[in-house]
Design a protein around this ligand. Sequence first.
Ligand code: 6K6
Length: 138
Amino acid sequence: MKIYFAGSIRGGRDDGELYGRIISFLKKYGTVLSEHVGDPNLSLYGETKTSDVDIYERDVAWVEECDMMIAEVTTPSLGVGYEIGRAEALGKPILCLFRNENSERRLSAMISGNKNLKVFAYQTEDEIKDVLERFIPA
Ligand code: 6K6
């Protein structure tokens, strides 16, 4: 099972440690192609020697290769939204996780209104494992 995990990088790293914990959990189901997204040492700007063109081309290839996408969408990110759109066009199963602890923050209608996506709104991190276990085939 090849899983693409999508989470904000330049959109903001507030949830970077959470991404790392989700990725660790996902590894029990297979290979997480985009493991770097959970790197706690990654700066807000994703500084790297790799060029943006190389990052784009590698990530799009991984989106094409993956069996499913798990996207944490609480921190709005252009890159995550783009990846979701690409994966949807390829017919990949996509689960979006949105933390709605802050009632002022609302998920984009382009995600919450899309019937091709499964969107799970959670309040506590404990809820995530259950939904992942239900979404990922044994
Ligand atoms: C090096 C090490 C870790 O990160 C880097 C350099 N930057 C990126 N590397 C890999 N994937 C990236 C990088 N920047 C964005 N992405 C992809 O876009 C990831 O797969 C994320 O899911 C998504 C984040 O987009 P932004 O718009 O928040 O940056």
